[in-house]
Design a protein around this ligand. Structure first.
Ligand code: ADP
Ligand code: MG
Length: 452
């Protein structure tokens, strides 16, 4: 391609026009329009993106669409490369700028361990430590342990794929000659079906049986696929008998999985099945802190807690929330304030969580509990129990609704924001030192949140 700025800019503009016809408007404004064509390098167009997570997001969600648009806009096999804008304040990832999009290799999913999934960046908590330890043990001595096969099971977004790749990564760091093959069960099925079509079942079998560690993700997709299961059964036996390691993930306890042949299930029983549970509150906080740091995002602890309270189901959602906050603030060029965070959490959890709860609802509830009137709570009295009910109301308005300091101040009889801050720190301190207060504040919080 000629290094003519008009040409590559035009190519990108044309591609955007094509994308516009296919993609929803929000995706256009959030992800495509911010990309700027800044150069070419052979047949690779260089697109500038605001930051690291943006690049990752584009690559993991929109690579195909972009390549397709570039190809139809130019009538050529044009690739793209993302470059992080110099203006980005978040940390850049080494190698990203030179990373070619491996379009030609996209069917080489085998051996394609995702290097970003390691044990080091897998945060441990009560819900996953057993799975992590088993995975580690397997990576240290693939095949020569009692955990063969190792099956990691649990709901979506809880880190099963992460742990599986971590096993492959760790094992090949320890022994670079190991052949670690990682595939999804869908990929396995597809490869098998293709081999049938092309009369290459022998090659298929050889390829899979050459693995030292075979890592198969999401085996629930084998359900009902009799012939694939049969193939898998043989592959499994060959590997198992020759002391090779097999690791699988599943969305539920494999022993109870319907639609899988019982002879497969009984093979699975010879190894170890470990589950991962949804993260508890503390782990969610830890994960958010880590993900925020990885993305160069500094969030107030209160914000982290707020997200952790509402985004509960899985780690993928937590990560998504962090990425979305960054994206929103950088795209809209807005400070990350409580409102923005609240919007993101609301988007991700559905508005039901927030309902239309108001400061009035909060104060009413506190009034009910404390037998102090609403008027007194928002009034001027300095009597100890009234002041305490007021402090608690303010604390709850901040922590449940996320009201701004100035709005809280206004509602509570025109106090300024330092007074509001004072209430917040008072309650924070009391919660830490006085169990009774802690209990009653948390009870109130639960009750108010039930209104939502
Ligand atoms: P699953 O395969 O169980 O659906 P993934 O392994 O794809 O879930 O995890 C979803 C995302 O959450 C990934 O980006 C993964 O890195 C991240 N993740 C999950 N659990 C953890 C954890 N304990 N520590 C750090 N990141 C995690
Ligand atoms: Mg997975």
């Amino acid at each position: 391609m000629e290094n003519n700025s008009l040409i590559y800019k035009k190519f990108w503009d044309d591609s955007l026009a094509i994308l516009k016809k296919e993609m929803p408007a929000h995706a256009m404004s959030a992800w495509f329009e911010p990309l700027k064509a800044i150069g070419v390098d052979g047949d690779v167009i260089i697109l500038e993106a605001p930051n690291k997570f943006f690049c990752e997001w584009i690559d993991s969600h929109y690579k195909k669409e972009i390549l397709r648009a570039l190809n139809s806009a130019t009538n050529k096999q044009i690739l793209y490369r993302l470059k992080i804008s110099k203006k980005d304040k978040t940390k850049s990832i080494p190698g990203y700028e030179n990373q070619l999009i491996p379009e030609k290799n996209k069917f080489l999913s085998r051996n394609n361990l995702n290097k970003q999934y390691s044990f080091d960046n897998f945060i441990e908590g009560a819900n996953n430590e057993f799975a992590k330890n088993a995975a580690k043990a397997v990576s240290m001595g693939p095949g020569d342990n009692n955990f063969n096969p190792l099956i990691i099971y649990g709901g979506v977004g809880l880190g099963k794929t992460h742990l599986m790749h971590a096993i492959g990564n760790e094992a090949t760091i320890i022994n670079p000659n190991l052949n670690a093959m990682v595939v999804t069960s869908e990929r396995f099925t597809l490869d098998f079906v293709n081999s049938l079509r092309k009369n290459k079942t022998i090659e298929f079998a050889q390829q899979y049986r050459s693995a030292d560690i075979l890592l198969i993700d999401d085996i629930q997709f084998f359900r009902g696929k009799e012939q694939t299961q049969e193939q898998f059964f043989h592959t499994f036996n060959v590997l198992h008998q020759s002391g090779k390691q097999i690791v699988m993930t599943a969305d539920q306890y494999p022993g109870e999985m319907k639609g899988l042949q019982s002879r497969l299930l009984s093979r699975f029983n010879s190894g170890l099945s470990v589950d991962i549970q949804p993260p508890n509150f503390e782990l969610r906080v830890a994960i958010l802190l880590e993900k925020a740091e990885q993305n160069g995002l500094s969030l107030d602890y209160s914000v982290i807690e707020f997200i952790a309270r509402y985004v509960k189901n899985n780690v993928r959602d937590l990560e998504g929330a962090v990425i979305r906050i960054l994206a929103k603030s950088s795209l809209l060029n807005k400070e990350i304030d409580f409102q923005l965070v609240k919007d993101v959490v609301k988007e991700r959890t559905g508005s039901k969580i927030f309902g239309d709860i108001s400061m009035e609802d909060v104060v009413k509830k506190v009034s009910e509990k404390s037998n102090i009137s609403v008027g007194e709570i928002v009034g001027k009295s300095r009597k100890m129990e009234i002041a305490e009910a007021r402090h608690i109301s303010i604390y709850l308005c901040r922590n449940i609704i996320g009201a701004s300091l100035s709005n809280i101040g206004l509602y509570f009889g025109g106090r300024d924001h330092t007074t509001v801050m004072h209430s917040l720190t008072t309650v924070d301190k009391k919660i830490q030192t006085d169990l009774k207060i802690k209990d009653s504040v948390f009870n109130l919080k639960d009750q108010i949140e039930e209104l939502l």
